[in-house]
Design a protein around this ligand. Structure first.
Ligand code: NAP
Length: 309
């Protein structure tokens, strides 16, 4: 029987592991398919306190993992299929291979996954000119035009990053104003290689004989005009969907699929089950707020265990 199982290895998960590790709870951390979470697919993180010169996302996550393991966290590379609770009040975490792990508490810190546009051939084009990760795929598109879709911080960050490789970066946004923070918006709009395309969206991906994206059909939402734009890759940066599909009825979700936390902070409707980070937070969604919630969830789990003794 585990005392704490932490599901997820982003900022929230590793911070929860550091705190529960230091509380001698020997947390078991289940990493899922993407060790290190969303920050492993980003470049430089400039706003995580303590790093005045910035830090690379993967490095930050690697350091968090080291810190968690130093205090006794054990990492297993397993994906959770579903959660349940037995008559004894203990929880069962069932992995996708059917293994059952029993625990007294669970901290869900599974973050969120990139949202896509939902176009017909989109999923089959991932890796063939459609992606959500500039850091992963940007370098494959040197000296060719590419597009980024979205108007938030992610879209601006990706567009800026892609100017290192691409001949031109079209920033396609459905409105005529960026949602991104002022500093990010100003930076991207000042970049000569970035051309914004306002009030527009992609309605179709067009492919070449090899099945790779060669262009997109654009619609201007104000005029209704359709046009073709030649790009070799589309980087979709339109937000995320929380990874909470496996939680069953142990926790409630809001209308967008985010886990509902109780008024005490990171608790859920089930005592002993806590949620931290982007899987529950649709407001702040920052690395540091996720880490903060991971800390809070760890402290609450520790108190819950002490109270149940
Ligand atoms: P976001 O802020 O939710 O922005 C999503 C963007 O995609 C919005 O501009 C939205 O348009 C657009 N969009 C949503 N659905 C769409 C659809 N179906 N079709 C076309 N466009 C669509 O998401 P994000 O940029 O991923 O940022 C998430 C959070 O992470 C934010 O809190 C952000 O501050 C943070 N973040 C911070 C940094 C940083 O500080 N370095 C970097 C990346 C992300 P509308 O504007 O019209 O709604």
């Amino acid at each position: 029987m585990e005392q704490v199982v932490i599901i997820g290895t982003g900022c929230a998960g590793w911070t929860a592991a550091i705190y529960t590790g230091r509380a001698n709870l020997s947390p078991l951390v289940l990493s899922g398919t993407q060790l290190g979470g969303q920050l492993t697919t980003t470049t430089e993180v400039e706003n995580f306190p303590g790093f005045p010169d910035g830090v690379m996302g993967p490095e930050l996550m690697g350091r968090m993992q080291q810190q968690a393991e130093k205090f006794g966290a054990r990492v297993e590379y397993k994906k959770v299929d579903h959660l349940s609770r037995g008559d004894d009040g203990h929880f069962t975490i069932t992995t996708d291979s059917g293994e059952e792990i029993k625990s007294q508490t669970i901290i869900i810190a599974t973050g969120a996954a990139p949202r896509y546009l939902g176009l017909e051939n989109e999923m089959s084009l991932i890796g063939h000119g459609v992606t959500s990760c500039a850091t992963c795929d940007g370098a494959f598109y040197r000296d060719v035009p590419v597009a980024v879709v979205g108007g938030g911080d992610s879209a601006c960050e990706e567009a800026n990053f892609l100017t290192r490789f691409a001949s031109k970066v079209y920033l396609i946004h459905r409105r005529d104003e960026l949602r991104a923070s002022k500093i990010m918006a100003e930076r991207v709009l000042a970049n000569e290689k970035v051309e914004p395309i306002w009030n527009s969206g992609i309605t179709e991906y067009l492919t070449d004989d090899d099945g790779e994206v060669r262009a997109v059909t654009l619609e201007n939402f104000q005029s209704g005009e359709q046009s073709e734009l030649e790009v070799k890759c589309v980087f979709v940066a339109i937000g995320h969907v929380p990874n909470a599909q496996f939680v069953g009825d142990l926790v409630d979700l809001d209308e967008n699929g985010y886990i509902l936390q109780n008024s005490r902070g990171t608790g859920t409707k089930t005592p002993g089950v806590f949620a931290a980070g982007d899987v529950a937070d649709h407001v702040y969604r920052q690395a540091i707020t996720a880490a903060g919630q991971g800390c809070a969830a760890a402290i609450e789990a520790e108190r819950y265990l002490a109270d149940s003794e």
